[in-house]
Design a protein around this ligand. Structure first.
Ligand code: LFR
Length: 488
């Protein structure tokens, strides 16, 4: 039985888990949990990249104390990267996708290229955060940095490199870049040429489950760690989460709900058509050649950011407390389009929400509870809106919504999602990303046959909660108002 060490980095926190597969179940123990705190310096928003590596070392140390491990795998958020120079060191501290740097190059690039052709090739939603636009920014505004770069490594690839000295690019994380050909699952020469990004600065792509290398000697010595295998697991957290959907069904809706809500379905061929392009859906790469046909929805970020604002103002509440306050408020006082751009940037979110409501002639949420209620109801309605559009693209019908990740802890949001969509919601596991990461490593170790088996093992290892739709008439009524608000 392999001992698996899994690191899962989200945009606001990270964790290290030690896991094993025994008696048809994955048992895991959390060894280390830490906050991921981006740092704003001289006008740029950075990841605290070395602090994250420090936390990887902390996790390894704790795993050594727990009796060691055989394999390590790391999954993280998508699109971001580190630049590695000729000397093997970082050329610059990695920048956060919420930094504004790529917005102008994004708009200009979309004006000058044939959008239909770009979508036909990459099959991705055009978002300013995508790697493609961050690299175009570097090429145009910081050419020196790109010239000094030997290899561009996505976040999980970067930490795999720090651990092993080996450079690889794992497929699922690369598929968030908008630089792949969705069908061939390889770099698109066409997109790279359009953007002027030299192919030789990118590594060859490996599929999830490939061994990256062995833990470097110096790390083994420093931490007393075994010479373990470092695996390219499903490096993209969303790919990992979807690998852990506890179902044997073919067609389901998932919402991987954390800082973002990634809403989509799993396909075996990319779905690239005019509707998908119009509605800006992505075909991201998954494990075993699957695709995640999905959309980024703002997720719990506005809640997290509102909470941070209240802390800055001297009022600290836990997420559970905020949910209770929201529960006690009058339903449907005011709604927002959670994906309106002003809600995606760090800052005073409650004020921006109030401004939105005032601008659109709605009652302005005053209390913390009212703000949270407004976000939760708006999120649930946006889920319904996106599912309707998804069905138009795939031409399929779905019965179940699987909510995965931290968002499953909000019973209020799960129930609202069932109410708004009129579908059965199955919520759990909350640690889907790390379970998917572990499952891919167990498949590589030969202990699980494939994702199908992994999903049944995940189902046996967790107890998801079921939410049935209620109050359909009221939600249908409110959905009409919401739709006009979003489409206005
Ligand atoms: C979720 C996620 C999304 C990606 C966003 C930014 O954590 O990985 O899938 O679009 O973060 O990287």
């Amino acid at each position: 039985m392999s001992k698996i060490l899994a690191f899962d980095f989200g945009a606001s926190s990270g964790r290290a888990m030690i896991a094993q597969y025994t008696d048809g179940k994955i048992t895991m123990k959390e060894l280390h949990r830490f906050t991921n705190d981006p740092v704003f310096v001289n006008g740029t928003l950075y990841w605290d990249a070395l602090r994250l590596f420090y936390n990887i070392k902390q996790g390894i140390t704790k795993a050594v104390n727990e009796g060691g491990f055989d394999m390590i795998g790391i999954d993280t958020w998508g699109v971001d990267f580190g630049l590695i120079g000729e000397d093997g060191q970082l050329v610059q501290n990695p920048v956060h996708y919420r930094d504004e740097r790529s917005e102008q190059p994004f708009r200009e690039f979309l004006r000058r290229v044939d959008l239909g052709e770009l979508y036909e090739t990459a099959g991705l939603q055009h978002l300013a955060i995508n790697t493609l636009y961050q690299l175009i920014y570097l090429k145009e505004q910081k050419p020196g940095l790109l010239e000094a770069t030997k290899k561009i490594l996505f976040t999980p690839d970067l930490y795999n490199y720090f651990l092993t000295g080996e450079m690889h690019t794992e497929y699922t994380i690369a598929s968030t870049s908008e630089m792949l050909d969705a069908k061939s699952r390889d770099w698109s020469d066409k997109v790279l040429a359009l953007a002027g990004i030299p192919r030789e600065k990118l590594c060859d792509i490996v599929q999830p489950g490939t061994e990256c290398g062995l833990l470097r000697d110096e790390i083994c010595e420093e931490l007393g760690a075994p010479k373990a295998k470092v695996m390219c697991t499903a490096g993209h957290d969303t790919a990992a989460a979807v690998a852990a959907v506890p179902t044997q069904e073919q067609d389901f809706i998932f919402i991987s709900c954390g800082t973002w809500s990634l809403l989509g379905t799993e396909l075996h061929e990319p779905c690239i058509n005019a509707k998908g392009a119009e509605y800006n859906f992505a075909n991201e790469g998954g494990v075993e050649g699957t695709y995640r046909f999905l959309k980024n929805i703002m997720g719990t970020w506005p809640i997290q950011e509102s909470r941070r604002q209240w802390i800055r103002e001297g009022r600290e509440f836990g997420f559970g407390e905020l949910e209770q306050m929201a529960k006690r408020c009058t339903p449907f006082r005011s709604l927002i389009d959670v994906d309106s751009p002003e809600f995606g940037k760090p800052g005073n979110l409650p004020r921006r929400i109030r401004d939105f409501c005032e601008r659109t002639g709605q009652p302005v949420p005053q209390t913390e509870g009212e703000v949270i209620r407004c976000i939760d109801e708006s999120l649930a309605l946006k889920f319904r809106y996106s599912i309707e559009r998804l069905c138009e693209c795939t031409g399929k019908e779905y019965r179940t919504v699987h909510i995965l990740g931290g968002g499953t802890k909000s019973a209020l949001l799960c129930q609202m999602t069932a109410d708004a969509t009129g579908m059965t919601v199955i919520a759990g596991p909350d640690e889907a990303t790390v379970l998917g990461n572990i499952a891919v490593q167990l498949i590589a170790a030969g202990e699980l046959a494939d994702i199908r088996e992994a999903r049944s093992v995940v189902a046996a290892s967790c107890e998801p909660a079921t939410y049935l739709p209620q109050e359909k008439r009221m939600w249908d009524e409110k959905y009409k108002d919401f739709k006009s608000l979003v489409e206005a």
